[in-house]
Write a protein that binds this ligand. Sequence first.
Ligand SMILES: Cc1ncc(COP(=O)(O)O)c(C=O)c1O
Length: 361
Amino acid sequence: MNKLTPQPGIMDIALYQGGAAHVEGVSNVIKLSSNENPYGPSPKAMAAVRDSASLLHRYPSTDHALLRAAIGEEHGLNPDQIICGVGSDEVLQFVVHAYAGPGDEVIYTEHGFSMYPILARMVGATPVQVDERDRNVDVDAILAACSDRTRVVFMANPANPTSTMLAEGEVARLADALPPQAILVLDGAYAEFVDDFDGGAALVAARSNLIMTRTFSKIYGLGGMRVGWGYAPQDIIDVLNRIRQPFNLSSTALLAAEAAVRDRDYVDHCRAENTRLRAWLAGELAEAGVPSDTSCTNFILARFADRDEAEACDAYLQSRGLIVRKVAGYGLPNALRITVGDDVACQRVAEAVRSFKAGQA
Ligand SMILES: Cc1ncc(COP(=O)(O)O)c(C=O)c1O
């Protein structure tokens, strides 16, 4: 019998569940379960990946200077205040690793992204779940849950899987009222889907206790490359860089992300298509009797009468080759999270939900 004992908290971690990609016995499947870009990566990012092949005998850059410069230019940020990670997940991990440990508390909200409690447990800290108000983050509830042991507060804005968003003033109110030993993580994985939104960068620039994280996995269509980044005051970036592995990002990933962030036209196109199809699909679902909150993301949280109906609709969609995401694990048993796909995908979802609801009547 093995006598090795994992660190406290590790055996309490329930493995992260990714979105399904296959349905047994069904072909022509459309995956709408992981909020991926239905149009794929920018052609310029694909060219950069091909070009990177001749460089693979070399170690990649350790400081990610070119990618940070490109992000800085495109977003109007100081590259010295940017850190890059293997997906934004890794940047979130740097934060808990650096700032929380056994005896500390990490706050996340009722329907918050499932990595937050996993990350807290990973470092032996205690995850503290705070209620939301009608699927919206509740600043007063978070503040009420803070204690002198609170070290990290996670919130995504816009949020996954609710698709809702907190106004900038409310985020500022939260940041300003946190206890002094706590850092607020503003997870901006879906920020690019909101017109004229800086993801909270201006709030970060004006404060000492905030970090914004962003990803290349969503609008940039590079989920398979695993690149994310964070923007924070210089002293926080300095702390996080000390625990970052020197070669955490491959040269291929760095070049692909750099090309993607510079291809502004492609990002604008993807955003516009998402906005158009999101409104259309939400309207179609509502007409079919399936309401949703106004989405600020690239997915719709479709609400059904109850858990049974949501599960039956999920099974029906699967039988029609449409894979969406059940979100009972996020405290939303009567809902399904549906990524906004391309025209064909949205039409297939609308038609399938309409015929499911007609069959229910
Ligand atoms: C809210 C939120 N944060 C972070 C991530 C992680 O993204 P990445 O692929 O950059 O690790 C996701 C991915 O689904 C997400 O939904």
